[in-house]
Design a protein around this ligand. Structure first.
Ligand code: ZN
Ligand code: ZN
Length: 196
């Protein structure tokens, strides 16, 4: 679940996602992910992991999830298939119909996911600036992002135009952050995170 969140949010937080502060999976210190611009890819930017405390190596591994969702051309039964994440490249997937047992090949839909590998094992990376707030996750990618959220929460007017600047982040913020009655306690939460 953590990994899902990580993947899906980085995409629309483009303006803040050059550097992501995380817990080192090896020593738990403050570590960072730095975007590798030389290899810019639209949907799945590559990152370099860096822990200046233990210098452990964490690398990214791209995996594919293949899926098929079609009606059987012989009997119209719905055929669904979803693979486990794999590094294999597949252009076609063979599916068999549960109803009429026919086997068919189709080009699959491909979802690209990213895993983090350290010492030969898959590890999870967690944001450094992350805490539970009234049962919800409050988190920020880095200091600048935390600062942005703090300014947004502290501002009385919260003018949209002020926070737009091409990012449209305000629209994506969860309701508990926009809720005025949470203002003071959220600001306290942020100052605690800043001291971390
Ligand atoms: Zn470390
Ligand atoms: Zn069939």
């Amino acid at each position: 679940m953590e990994q899902n969140r990580f993947r899906s949010t980085v995409k629309w937080l483009g303006a803040f996602s050059d550097k992501i502060i995380v817990h080192c999976p090896n020593c738990n210190s403050k570590a960072q992910l730095l975007r590798r611009w030389a290899e810019y890819r639209k949907y799945n930017d590559p990152y370099d992991f860096q822990c200046n405390h233990c210098h452990t190596e964490v690398r990214e591994l791209e995996k594919h999830i293949y899926s098929i969702n079609r009606n059987c051309p012989f009997c119209a039964e719905i055929m669904t298939y979803k693979s486990a994440p794999t590094t294999k490249i597949k252009k076609e997937i063979e599916v068999s119909c549960d109803q009429c047992q026919k086997k068919l090949c189709y080009p699959p839909k491909i979802e690209i996911i990213k895993e983090w590998i350290s010492k030969g094992k898959t590890v999870e990376l967690h944001y450094w600036y992350e805490t539970k707030y009234k049962g919800e996750w409050f988190w920020a990618l880095n200091e600048e992002h935390l600062e942005y959220l703090e300014q947004f929460i502290a501002s009385k007017l919260r003018e949209r135009s002020l926070y737009r600047s091409g990012m449209m982040l305000v629209d994506k913020l969860p309701q508990f952050i926009k809720d005025k009655k949470n203002r003071d306690s959220l600001l306290k939460t942020i100052s605690k995170l800043k001291e971390k």
